[in-house]
Design a protein around this ligand. Structure first.
Ligand code: ARG
Length: 459
């Protein structure tokens, strides 16, 4: 008795080594729901097209739903000799329904079947990631609301740059994760097209109706070339890239918070819930969760490059290489989702040590650019103002002074454009209040953006 239909063609059944090597059931079983959903749509279409009777369709749908329930109850026996989720479900269906089940694969190949399953899975996965991204954005906005007044340094090259309100720093991440959402939404449009009915590579001579299955599955349309449709995994590479970009942003956040929580910075206190200690050094509070987020970013990039490598030199249409793509998109999705969730919990439980930040805020000449802009307002060309302030900074450094501690006559020696009001442009606190340009890192801009995000993220 031939277990699989194609065993009529082959003299030997695969040995155990080959069977374990070729199988994907161990990881593609997580597609069961989508596989069954696709099969139900397919068999309903077959009935409409006269390729299956009503009672056969009823038996198949009932059988498929039973199989789904068995899988969900944990009573379904997965047998790797069935190779993959498609064969496992079909074999169980034939066991339940006999000839009705034997008709299900009419006008279909596992090649268009897997392409369909993956797109259905990805649609859901994209919306799960969008939810997680919105959750993290909300955590940032809520934290930002607490710090619209407090000033911190911004850094370029990790050297002190210009003063910013803490809220503006936090909101910079909300923007990054909004772009990540945009990438996933763009991708969702390309994902939401049905390859079902493309068959193995060339379509079918049977009167199947691809529009019916597409509509039943909620796809916005059908693919237009069967050869392309069975091999297109662009959406997998794009998905892995979107996850990689999320991880890049998370890794930057992790790196910032790791640095900011060091004794040297002492800018943030990450909740004890998200730290670990040392088995040897009793004083330690280590930001391990953040380090793992940074590390896990590398894992996701690995999935992206694995996908690119496996796609780059396949000949046209379906090749079994493609089976492996699932390992990488599942991996990228799981890692991104877990890290987004962890990051949101960390952000929600982080405090900025505003006292510590304030006590050192006037170190490092954060107000130098503001002083140059003060001179510009007095009519000095910017390049000249830049040079004058450079001289002032060098002078202050030599004498151990801050710019705001220079006497007015000292200023006047450097530039006769300076007047008494110069001090209003100095100190980090004054500068942070004076930003006027849209999108600047000041209080007013941050408050406006918080209002924008609150409305957007609630809606
Ligand atoms: N498990 C396979 C995959 O994931 C299904 C398609 C197999 N098709 C084939 N002709 N061998 O790609």
């Amino acid at each position: 008795d031939k277990q699989k239909s194609w065993q009529h063609r082959l003299e030997n059944t695969p040995d155990e080594l080959a069977m374990n090597f070729v199988e994907s059931l161990s990881y593609d079983r997580r597609l069961y729901k989508y596989d069954i959903q696709g099969s139900i749509a397919h068999c309903e279409m077959l009935e409409k097209q006269g390729l299956m009777s009503r009672s056969e369709r009823e038996a198949v749908v009932k059988g498929l739903l039973e199989i789904q329930a068995e899988i969900e109850a944990g009573s379904f026996v997965f047998d790797v000799s069935q190779e993959d989720i498609h064969m496992a479900v079909e074999a169980a269906l034939i066991e339940k329904t006999g000839d009705a089940g034997r008709k299900l694969h009419t006008g279909r190949s596992r090649n268009d079947q897997i392409a369909t399953d993956m797109r259905l899975w990805m649609r859901d996965q994209i919306s799960a990631l969008l939810d997680k991204l919105a959750g993290l954005q909300t955590a940032f906005v809520e934290l930002a609301e607490k710090y619209t007044e407090d000033v911190m340094p911004s850094y370029t090259h990790l050297q002190r740059a210009q003063p910013i309100v803490i809220a503006a720093y936090l909101l910079s991440f909300t923007e990054q994760f909004e772009r990540d959402k945009g990438r996933l939404k763009d991708l969702a449009v390309r994902v939401n097209i049905s390859p079902l009915g493309s068959g193995a590579a060339a379509g079918s001579t049977l009167p199947i109706d691809r529009e019916i299955t597409a509509e039943k599955l909620g796809f916005a349309g059908i693919t237009q070339n069967s050869i392309d449709a069975v091999s297109d995994r662009d959406f997998c590479a794009e998905f892995a890239f979107a996850c990689s970009m999320i991880m890049t942003h998370l890794s930057k956040l992790a790196e910032d918070f790791i640095i900011f929580s060091s004794t040297e910075f002492s800018f943030v206190k990450i909740s004890d819930k998200y730290c670990t200690s040392s088995s040897m050094m009793p004083q330690k509070r280590n930001p391990d969760m953040l380090e793992l987020i940074r590390g896990k970013a590398g894992n996701v990039f690995g999935s992206l490059s694995s996908l690119m490598m496996m796609l780059k030199a396949q000949p046209s249409t379906y090749n079994r290489d493609l089976q492996e793509e699932k390992i990488h998109i599942f991996n990228a999705a799981d890692y991104a989702e877990n890290c987004l969730e962890m990051a949101a919990a960390i952000v929600s439980n982080t405090q900025f040590r505003t006292d510590k930040i304030a006590s050192g805020i006037d170190e490092g000449f954060l107000d130098a650019t503001s002083l140059a802009e003060y001179l510009v307002k007095k009519g000095v060309p910017f390049r000249q103002a830049h040079g004058t302030v450079g001289t002032a900074v060098a002078l202050c450094e030599k004498r151990g002074l801050k710019l705001a501690e220079l006497e007015l006559d000292e200023f006047k020696k450097l530039s006769d454009a300076v007047e008494e009001d110069v001090y209003e442009s100095l100190t980090a606190a004054n500068v942070a209040k004076a930003y006027t340009s849209p999108g600047a890192a000041g209080k007013a801009q941050s408050e406006e953006r918080i209002r924008y995000w609150k409305e957007k993220l609630q809606g």
